[in-house]
Design a binder for this molecule. Structure first.
Ligand code: SAM
Length: 201
């Protein structure tokens, strides 16, 4: 395991379902971040790809391109229903259940945008991301310096941007399901943006 019990702790340890019960139809990132993330997706996602957008909301950062399917997961049904890029959707609390209701190797891309900090069991959740990602598919985990601090795990709150990229790399390496994790465009100065990209095994 990458995190110990103390590193998994949150300031607000109440059920995440209560925190996400009401839809938050806000944007969690600024335009500069969003443009950079869409550029990364543009580079790595082909037309016709099967995409799993994990920890999603009403906003999509996908480029204007047609995909075979875009399955969205989140914590609030109304947020997901408002996301017009999704072809399917489901709600699941990953801090309670990590097993995904998705087939092995079902996706060419697994995306997790500005949300990884909320995972209390990232090792098991990333194992599931890897299970559903096809061999040579692409995992993109992105983050900025913004977060709901009371809901982020201690290991994340106390790390620098570079430290967070390293932590995501450790989550990836803790599974046997990815190869070649790379940090892309980590900019710790103003307007921080970081994406960690790996390939399915
Ligand atoms: C800051 S929002 C980011 C949403 C979206 N990815 C975006 O870029 O706008 C954080 C998201 O993390 C997800 N999330 C938070 N806690 C979660 C949990 N315990 N289990 C599963 N997903 C969770 C929810 O989907 C929530 O909308």
């Amino acid at each position: 395991m990458v995190l110990d019990d103390r590193e998994r702790e949150k300031l607000d340890d109440r059920d995440d379902a209560a925190f996400y019960a009401e839809p938050r139809l806000v944007t969690h990132v600024d335009d500069g971040f969003r443009d950079q993330l869409t550029a990364v997706y543009d580079e790595h996602l082909s037309a016709g790809a099967r995409v799993f957008d994990a920890m999603s909301s009403h906003v999509s950062h996908l480029p204007d391109r047609s995909f075979e399917r875009v399955v969205g997961h989140g914590m609030n049904e109304r947020e997901l229903a408002a996301n017009d890029r999704l072809t399917d959707r489901f709600v699941q609390n990953f801090n309670e259940t990590q097993r995904l209701p998705l087939a092995d190797d079902a996706f060419d891309a697994v995306l997790c945008a500005v949300s990884v900090q909320y995972l209390e069991y990232p090792e098991r959740t990333f194992d599931e991301f890897g299970r559903v990602l096809a061999p040579d598919g692409t995992l993109v985990v992105s983050f900025s310096n913004r977060m709901f601090p009371t809901k982020a795990v201690r290991a994340w709150r106390s790390a620098s941007m570079d430290g967070r990229a390293a932590l995501v790399g450790e989550y990836i390496d803790a599974t046997d399901r990815f190869t070649d994790p790379q940090v892309s465009r980590c900019r710790p100065e103003r307007d921080p943006f970081c994406a960690v990209i790996a390939r399915g095994r």
